[in-house]
Design a protein around this ligand. Sequence first.
Ligand code: ADP
Length: 215
Amino acid sequence: MLSPPGAGKGTHSKWLTLQTGAAHISSGDLLRAEVARGSDLGRQVAAYTARGDLVPDELIFSVLAPAVVAAARDTGGYVLDGFPRTMPQALRAAQFGADLALTSNAVIYLTAPEEELVSRLLDRARREGRADDTLSVIRHRLAVFEKETAPLVDYYRGRGILLELSTDRPEAEVQADLLARLQARGLMTPGAGSSGNHAGNQPRDDQLSVAPGLD
Ligand code: ADP
């Protein structure tokens, strides 16, 4: 799941994991858990996330790789939310995937107008009080997305696995569209999505992961 901050990758990743039975692996959640633990690693992470800068690639791999390996083993599939976020991460993920025979089925790119992103994040700040949801840090995260992450859109489009969706419309519409696009690619069974859980839509062995980067 690839998107600028505020476009809905958390929301739609969670929804997709309910539909598929895949694991939800959120790089931001894993990093925030590390910060909350107050470990040395957590303190290093907080120095970057509080400013809205990306944490170094080495660090993100050390946090993420064990979760990916466990999900591939235990559930067979995963939705990667917020990773990869730089071209070096994408290239290294591709190598990691090739080494472990993990397949990327789709990269879901969510978009919304910039002012809508800012207003959603400020709303979230009021509800959840996330440390990096202040106006100046939000603007910086959006700039970091444009510089570091936006090039991944063309990379995955070139590989033929990019699904681009606007989230500037009701959530149910986005989900119906996403489901239809995944079904059209044979990644989900027709009929899935109405029950709100993954019963009857267990991923097949050869269609296990809906994940960016790892192939
Ligand atoms: P958002 O997309 O709204 O900024 P996330 O929860 O995905 O929220 O990420 C929060 C922060 O965690 C980012 O601003 C960045 O500092 C760090 N982060 C998350 N994923 C990565 C990643 N793949 N590489 C480097 N830093 C990351």
